[in-house]
Design a protein around this ligand. Structure first.
Ligand code: SF4
Length: 338
C-alpha cells in the first residue's frame, strides 16, 4: 500500500534566539551538528529507501525554519525544490513559530512548492505562553494561522500538554482555537522535561511539577476528543522515540512513555465505547465494536485493558473489536447480542 512519507531534515535551533522553557533542541532532535552542504545527500539517501508508489514531502523540522538566516532558508528551499521539479517529491513542509510568519516570509515561500506549514503554537493561553517563555502571544498565533490559510497552505497546529500554568481546561480551549483558526491537522506533545532546560531548573526549584504518565494520558485524551469531534486529524501524539528520549540521563521527567499516544487514543476509545453502552443501556451479553481501519489495537487498549474494563463494568461476556472501512476517525458502531 502506498505510504505518505515526510523526509525530515532537522535544523536544530539554527537561528532561534528564543528560550522556551521546555526546549533543549539537542535532546529533541538528537543532533546538534548541522551542515547545509549535507542536506542534498540526506534527501537523496532517504529517497533511495522509498517505494515508487509512495508520496513524499521534504520536511524541514526541528527548529524555526522561517526564522533562520534568510539566505540559508532560500538555499535549503532551493535544494528541496530540485527534487520537486524532478517529480521525486510532491512538495515541501516545515515547522516554524507564529512570530516568524509575515508577508515577506510568505512571499519567499511562494517561490517554492511549499504545501504545508506546521506552527508551533503550544498554547493559545497567554498565561501559559508567558510562563513557558514562548515570546509570542495568542493574538500573534491567530494572526499567523490566518495568514498561512489565506496564502493557501495546509496548516498543522502543534500544541503541548502540561506546560507551566496550564491545565486540562486551557488545553481543551487551545485545541478549540486551533480548530477555529482553520487547522487541517494537529500534533500534540505532552511535555517532557529535559535536563539543561529552564523547565528542569523550575522543577528543581519546585515551581513546576512534571506530568505523570497518567495525567499526560488523561489530558491528551481530552484534546484528542476535541480534534476528533471536529474531524481534524492528529498526525502525531508525543515526541518520536529517539535515542535521547530513551536515554534516562537526558530526561528528568514528564511524559516520557514511549507509547503515550497509543495510551491516550486507547482512553479515548474507552470513553466513547462506554458512552455508547450507557446511551443504549447495554448490560450483559456479547458486544461487537466496529472501529475505523487501523484502530483495532487502540480500541482494544494496551494489554487488552479496554476489553477487560468494559466486560467487568457492564457484565459483558465477550467483546470483539473489528475494523470497518466506512468508519472514520474515532467513530464506533456497537452490535449487541444478549
Ligand atoms: S522557538 Fe522552538 S527552537 Fe526556539 S527555543 Fe522555542 S522550541 Fe526551541
Amino acid at each position: 500500500m502506498p505510504r505518505h512519507i515526510n523526509i525530515p531534515i532537522f535544523i536544530p535551533h539554527v537561528g532561534c534566539p528564543n528560550a522556551c522553557v521546555f526546549c533543549n533542541q539537542r535532546s529533541i532532535s538528537g543532533r546538534m551538528d548541522f551542515d547545509p552542504a549535507l542536506v542534498d545527500g540526506q534527501i537523496a539517501e532517504a529517497l533511495s529507501t522509498v517505494g515508487a508508489e509512495d508520496t513524499c514531502e521534504i520536511a524541514f523540522f526541528g527548529g524555526s525554519f522561517t526564522g533562520i538566516d534568510r539566505e540559508l532558508m532560500l538555499y535549503l528551499l532551493g535544494v528541496a525544490q530540485r527534487y520537486v521539479d524532478d517529480g521525486r517529491v510532491m512538495g515541501i513542509r516545515m515547522s516554524t513559530r507564529p512570530d516568524y510568519i509575515d508577508e515577506r516570509v510568505l512571499s519567499d515561500l511562494s517561490r517554492f512548492t511549499v504545501r504545508t506549514v506546521e506552527l508551533g503554537l503550544q498554547s493559545m493561553d497567554d498565561r501559559v505562553l508567558a510562563a513557558s517563555g514562548r515570546g509570542h502571544d495568542r493574538e500573534c498565533a491567530l494572526k499567523a494561522c490566518g495568514m498561512i490559510k489565506q496564502a493557501g497552505y495546509e496548516l498543522i497546529g502543534q500544541m503541548m500538554i502540561g506546560l507551566p500554568m496550564s491545565d486540562s481546561q486551557s488545553e481543551v480551549m487551545t485545541a478549540r482555537e486551533i480548530i477555529g483558526a482553520g487547522a487541517d491537522g494537529a500534533r500534540v506533545y505532552p511535555t517532557v522535561v529535559f535536563y539543561d532546560t529552564e523547565l528542569a531548573c523550575m522543577t528543581e526549584r519546585g515551581e513546576y511539577t512534571p506530568l505523570s504518565d497518567g495525567e499526560a494520558v488523561e489530558r491528551t485524551k481530552n484534546v484528542l476528543s476535541v480534534f476528533a469531534d471536529a474531524d481534524v486529524p492528529c498526525i502525531r501524539v508525543g515526541l518520536q522515540s529517539s535515542e535521547n528520549l530513551a536515554d534516562e540521563s537526558k530526561v528528568m521527567g514528564g511524559a516520557n512513555h514511549s507509547a503515550i499516544g497509543e495510551l491516550a487514543m486507547g482512553e479515548l476509545y474507552y470513553e466513547r465505547i462506554c458512552r455508547e453502552i450507557e446511551r443504549r443501556g447495554i448490560r450483559g451479553g456479547e458486544l461487537t465494536v466496529y472501529v475505523s481501519r487501523g484502530s483495532v489495537s487502540k480500541a482494544v487498549g494496551q494489554k487488552k485493558k479496554n476489553k477487560s474494563r468494559i466486560c467487568q463494568k457492564y457484565g459483558i461476556r465477550r467483546i470483539k473489536v473489528l475494523e470497518k472501512n466506512q468508519i472514520m476517525g474515532y467513530n464506533i458502531i456497537l452490535e449487541h447480542n444478549t
